[in-house]
Design a protein around this ligand. Sequence first.
Ligand SMILES: [Zn+2]
Length: 292
Amino acid sequence: MVTIPEKPWPTGLAEDLEPLVRRVLAPNPSPYTFTGTQTYVVGAADGPDCAVIDPGPAEPEHLAAILAAVGNRRILAIMCTHTHRDHSPAAAPLAAATGAPIVGCAPLVLAVDGPRSDEAFDPTYAPDRVLLDGEGMRGTGWTLTAVATPGHTSNHLCFALEESGALFTGDHVMGWSTSVVIPPDGDMGDYMASLEKLMAREDRVYHSAHGPAIDKPRQLVRGMIGHRRQRENQILRLLGEAARPVGGFIPEMYKGLDERLIPAAEMSVTAHLLDLEKRGMAREDAGVWQPV
Ligand SMILES: [Zn+2]
């Protein structure tokens, strides 16, 4: 388990991480968000313009902190990596306050109804322009290019800052925890492919939406791929011992888990099982999973 650092965290303060990157922490800590959502302001602090990545929850206090971090610069784009409620709801009020366009991931349309299927999503998100893989935004001295990384959500994008070699990884790869993949929108096969996609890149550093900057990115991604393969092998081994419902995997796979995170662990196991089912290695019958 991760250890949450001691308070106080630098909520609302603008921290300069590198010449083109300023970070502002939102006041929304939780077992899912670590110390909270990190909003990034991209562009030279004394330049004429900037972009805001993942504006976060629509809390007046956080909006004020973003505007203070932006200063006199014009916001050319409010960019969202994905539409979970801790990432995109502040986009609309920030756009209303500044006139900046919302540019980035696609709005999410869920084809499947069911428990939890849209509770984590922000239905208010309405982009002015959707970026496809390889498309980007440019300002004075900065260029951000979208890197499509579905898996955590189907609409997830990372943004590459071409001038510095930084990649804004949203919730795809984070500095404090592995990403949660929740079906039906989250897809484990896509997530693994998106990790492999980052392995093929040469980014210098990752700035994720939660947790510290990652300065050995490929090492971390390699570890995450290994971790998921290990989880998959554990599931196959447990399936081989006995058919069981999703809940029957948790005690062995997640020893000592904070009980508030059990639903997330069950979702993650489900995501693996659905992926194994797609690959013809597991099947479900009346809520009980068995090997094929
Ligand atoms: Zn998320």
